[in-house]
Design a protein around this ligand. Structure first.
Ligand SMILES: Nc1ncnc2c1ncn2[C@@H]1O[C@H](COP(=O)(O)OP(=O)(O)OP(=O)(O)O)[C@@H](O)[C@H]1O
Ligand SMILES: [Mg+2]
Length: 459
């Protein structure tokens, strides 16, 4: 049972809160001064409260003094304290100070009991998210936070199962999914858990190089194989001997390179470019693509036989918008990963900002979410990330309207069109630098109608 300490010098208020919280299933203790709160927070036995609801004005020490002292006493002095401050109306400074001193949240007096309860529930929810993230990190020991997959959705559970099954099998795996869904991360995890982990993980981005360079990059070349080949050079396949080769964006390979790759996979040997000595390989192959290879095959851009060789096991990473339940846990993970400073605790995020993240379609998937959290942490200077710090800007920002998703959610045609229209209006204003006359004419709309629609959209 969760223990809540109510600290207020007004016995009537303590009584009301106690009755209410006990009815809600909490264990309740009381304190009528700040000293009592401090000793409760500092106690290490079972009487330490899980959460303190504390008035600001108390006879001996103010709530802010208590926070200050508790913070100084806590490890590193940076952690968020399990404290919700109660302040009278019109004292927003106190609220801001309280949060800066590490209080979790504040509620204003006179309070509404439902609001108190929501605040408390949110605290415990967040704490449980935080614990899940910490438990994960401890369970994974020294493992790099960059090498942990986060997400509890059914879709991700499937991914974990497949990874678990193939981890030690050294099977050839094809990882698919949209950009930023974690394909490279999965490849890294697969490599680290396989028997090839003793060897290196060698990555090749097949989209980054033109055909001839890619071939010499993959297979190496002999001295004199082409102009500029001054010495023999080993290719990535040779470097990956006893390890794993990760062929990223494998869907971008030309048909001729595909043919060579197929032969390597079938015969487990190849010749360097311009050479005739065959080189044997003992390498695990993992590849990834954000293309739908079935379509590429259909259109003659990808060899079907190569596809079967690469796709012995396939792992599909679903887009983030199809597993929105994972967003809070991912956010918490990235708040832990990207702290404002080395000594700072993880930043926090307001309910409203979280809602924006939940509602967004994430065309850049997890990578975009991670970048946004990192940026918001900096903008908020380690404080609470509120709505104002959430901007879907830059190249990522083209508001992506996923028609399929919206229809599944039951959006009507009218609502869908309204969203498109709103986006068009806002884009027209951006392109004309806010010139309404020009924007209206760009859209081919009469000015009065344009003004009216803008007002309707609240733009
Ligand atoms: N499930 C996840 N949990 C934690 N971090 C994730 C997860 N998925 C992706 N990331 C993080 O998001 C970023 C992008 O992931 P990654 O580079 O693996 O994506 P990708 O699918 O290879 O993208 P692209 O197709 O653009 O190359 C990385 O920082 C990665 O650590
Ligand atoms: Mg990638």
């Amino acid at each position: 049972m969760q223990r809540i300490l109510i600290a207020d010098d007004d016995a009537a208020i303590r009584g009301v809160l106690r009755d209410f919280l006990e009815d809600e299933g909490f264990e309740v203790a009381e304190a009528d001064n700040g000293g009592g709160v401090l000793s409760a927070l500092n106690s290490s036995n079972g009487s330490r409260p899980d959460l303190v609801l504390m008035d600001v004005r108390m006879p001996d020490k103010s709530g802010l003094d208590v926070l200050r002292e508790a913070k100084a006493g806590s490890d590193g002095g940076a952690a968020t304290l399990p404290v919700v401050i109660m302040t009278a109306f019109g004292t927003s400074n106190v609220a801001i100070d309280a949060i800066q001193l590490g209080a979790y949240d504040y509620i204003t007096k006179p309070f509404n009991l439902d609001h108190v309860l929501i605040t408390i529930q949110r605290f415990f929810e967040r704490q449980s998210l935080s614990e899940q993230v910490e438990a994960l990190s401890t369970r994974l020991g020294e493992r790099d936070p960059n090498e942990v997959l986060i997400g509890n959705s059914a879709a991700m559970q499937e991914v974990y199962k497949t990874i678990g099954r193939v981890a030690r099998s050294d099977a050839t795996v094809l990882v698919t999914g949209e950009t930023g869904t974690g394909k490279e991360l999965v490849a890294t995890i697969l490599h680290n858990s396989s028997s090839y982990a003793r060897g290196p993980l060698v990555k090749v981005n097949c989209a980054a190089l033109p055909e001839t360079l890619l071939e010499s990059e993959l297979f190496g070349h002999e001295k004199g194989a082409f102009t500029g080949a001054l010495a023999q050079r080993k290719g990535r396949f040779e470097m990956a001997n006893k390890g794993t080769i990760f062929l990223d964006e494998v869907g971008e390979m030309t048909l001729s390179t595909q043919k060579k790759l197929l032969r390597v996979l079938q015969e487990r040997e190849f010749e360097r470019v311009g050479g005739s000595v065959s080189v044997k390989i003992d390498t695990r192959v993992i590849s990834a693509t954000n293309k739908i290879l079935a379509v590429e095959i259909e259109e003659g851009r990808f060899r079907e036989d190569l596809f079967y060789r690469l796709n012995i096991i396939s792992i599909y990473l679903p887009p983030l918008r199809d597993r929105r339940d994972d967003i809070p846990l991912l956010v918490e993970h990235f708040l832990h990963k990207h702290r404002y400073s080395a000594s700072a605790g993880p930043s926090r995020i307001s309910q409203g900002a979280m809602q924006m993240l939940m509602d967004y379609d994430w065309p850049g998937n997890v990578r975009q979410l991670e970048n946004m959290i990192e940026r918001a942490t900096v903008l908020a200077q380690g404080g609470i990330i509120t709505e104002e710090y959430i901007t879907f800007s830059g190249a990522d920002s083209r508001q992506f309207i996923d028609v399929a998703q919206r229809l599944r959610k039951g959006t009507s045609l009218n609502d869908l069109l309204a969203d498109v229209e709103k986006q068009a209006f806002s884009e027209a204003l951006t392109q004309t630098e806010g010139d309404r006359v020009a924007a209206a004419s760009l859209l081919g709309v009469k000015l009065p109608e344009f003004q009216q629609r803008l007002a309707d959209f609240g733009l």
